[in-house]
Design a protein around this ligand. Structure first.
Ligand code: SGN
Ligand code: CA
Length: 534
């Protein structure tokens, strides 16, 4: 009998051993989180002790970047492991072909339990997840509505807390202990218009933040694209919609902000209502939350009324920058607290030991660098994205890595970690060698980037380019044809386009060949550029 029992136990261990070894994946992504607002990268603006824990216990990538710096396209790249020109989601407006394979489907097929909570921003429900609760479109910060398998649910609370509650609830009540999990925990914050929780709104309103060196950039060393982009804090950020001055106060001060309409190539109109204070806030806020928000809004309005009329443009820029940072960083502080809650849960339950945890953003963001907010450009702050990964016993704690890695690589990385075969047509490289210290097998020295959403909100012109650790060569096209070259080591703030500087002519020649090669390698082409010209 004893022998039989032992045999049975061994058989059970063997049959489960494969599954048991496979790691859980926790993919944490926020929306528009600049690496400048993570203290593991830079502690000038904010302390993020919980996000930093991931790097302390794992690896921090300092040259991680995206292939197309905008929300839904970045998500499509992550899910398919293919560049935008192949997965078809070239901009926020393009339809996503849902017949394509996304990596969660492969995890589900391989016996993982899969779930997704938070912001997807795809226009359709996710495939390959056993459970999901996603925000419709951009979603709301306050008392958000969610779409789930069983219809819509409105959950009271602050979005970052709510997404975390839902995630932790799933871990507690729905996790199948017989299976490894692949969880996508996706924050809406810190997306514009940067509404913090009531507590953080009050706390951060009292703070003052250092300005970036390039806040007053006049773009004189750059091309048409930087000069014509509509993402300048002084000129394009809205007092009401963004800085939270009441529309009545803005009007009272004689500052009228007209509605902006963008007409896209296919005739679609995009409207930006600068006085849309009401949409994200007034419509959602409840009686318990309102007085707490209004107390801070009163102070903002009082300050605006008293000081704004006396300000010159430089002072207005500074005022708007502070308001921007107060709200943006307040939303980050909530993310950090909530990431801490999830990391604590993993530790308390012992799940952390076999869980690969990733923290990233769908792209970077300008926090006043070059006078900007928003993203889209191949220039550093939007091209680069935070990437911190921990995986106990696999990644050496406290590792830093400078390789050019991309969101294109995530799918293949997760699949390899889970010992699932990646489809041949995925275009990234698994990061496993970099995670596990086999850095000499990493051969990539340059990445390809292509941005399409133009004409559209913020008017960042279409461009593609090649980036290696030393240089960035970019071609802007559509209604201009302009090249730019940046010397990343000697001009880290990217203030001077040296494309026409004879000292760089050999470099330009060489990079043009390499860029053409990358376009062939990734199957991008002029024919495709034309196909997407709408
Ligand atoms: C909204 C924002 C823009 C932002 C786009 C795309 N305006 O239109 O500032 O660039 O989304 O963002 S807002 O005032 O309505 O928030 S993305 O992250 O979805 O790509
Ligand atoms: Ca985004």
């Amino acid at each position: 009998m004893k022998k039989f029992l032992l045999f049975f136990i061994l058989l059970l261990m063997f049959s489960c051993s494969d599954n048991d070894k496979r790691p859980n994946i926790l993919f944490i992504m926020s929306d528009d989180h600049a690496y400048q607002a993570i203290s593991a990268y830079d502690d000038k603006l904010i302390q993020t002790p919980n996000i930093d824990r991931i790097a302390d216990e794992g690896i921090l990538f300092t040259n991680a970047c995206v292939t197309n710096s905008i929300c839904a396209p970045s998500r499509a790249v992550i899910l398919t492991g293919k560049h935008s020109h192949l997965n078809g989601k070239i901009d926020n407006h393009a339809k996503f072909d849902t017949t394509q394979v996304t990596f969660p489907q492969l995890f589900q097929k391989a016996g993982y339990q899969t779930a997704m909570f938070g912001k997807l921003h795809f226009g359709n429900n996710p495939k390959g997840v056993d459970d999901f609760l996603i925000l419709p479109g951009q979603g709301n910060y306050i008392n958000p509505l969610f779409i789930g398998k069983d219809g819509d649910t409105l959950i009271n609370g602050y979005v970052t807390d709510v997404i975390t509650d839902v995630t932790l609830d799933w871990f507690e009540k729905k996790r199948d202990k017989e299976k490894p999990f692949m969880m996508m925990y996706l924050h809406k914050a810190p997306h514009r218009p940067w509404w913090p929780s009531t507590e953080k709104f009050a706390e951060f309103y009292e703070k003052e933040f250092p300005e970036p060196e390039t806040l007053f950039d006049d773009y004189s060393g750059r091309g048409t694209a930087a000069k014509s982009a509509e993402m300048n804090i002084l000129t394009h950020m809205r007092y009401s919609h963004d800085s939270k001055v009441r529309p009545e106060t803005v009007k009272e001060m004689g500052k009228v902000e007209p509605e902006i309409v963008y007409i896209r190539g296919d005739g679609t109109q995009i409207r930006e209502n600068p006085n849309d204070f009401h949409g994200p806030y007034t419509k959602r806020v409840n009686d318990e939350q309102k007085p707490k928000y209004e107390e801070v809004i009163d102070k903002i309005n009082e300050d605006f009324r008293t000081n704004w009329p006396k300000m010159n443009d430089k002072e207005k820029m500074r005022w708007k920058y502070q308001r921007y940072m107060q709200d943006y960083l307040a939303t980050i502080s909530s993310i950090d607290d909530n990431v801490g809650r999830v990391l604590d849960y993993l530790e308390d339950t012992g799940l952390d030991e076999n869980t690969l945890v990733v923290y990233t953003s769908d792209q970077g963001f300008y926090l006043g660098e070059h006078g900007w907010f928003d993203k889209r450009f191949i220039y550093n702050e939007s091209f680069k994205t935070p990437l911190l990964i921990k995986w106990p016993n696999k990644i050496m704690p406290g590792t830093t890595n400078e390789e050019m890695v991309q969101n294109l690589d995530f799918a293949q990385t997760f699949l390899e970690a889970a010992m699932i075969d990646a489809p041949d047509d995925m275009q990234g490289e698994s990061l496993i060698p970099l995670l596990t210290g086999k850095t000499d097998t990493w051969k990539r020295d340059a990445v390809y980037y292509h941005y399409y959403e133009y004409p559209s909100v913020h008017m960042a012109k279409r461009h593609y380019g090649i980036v290696n650790k030393e240089f960035k060569l970019v071609k802007f096209y559509f209604d201009v044809e302009e090249w730019e070259l940046y010397d990343r080591l000697n001009d880290p703030n990217e203030m001077t386009n040296v494309y026409n500087d004879p000292a760089y002519s050999e470099i330009v020649k060489d990079l043009k060949v390499k860029l053409a090669d990358l376009r062939v390698k990734y199957k991008d082409s002029e024919e495709l550029d034309k196909q997407f010209l709408y």
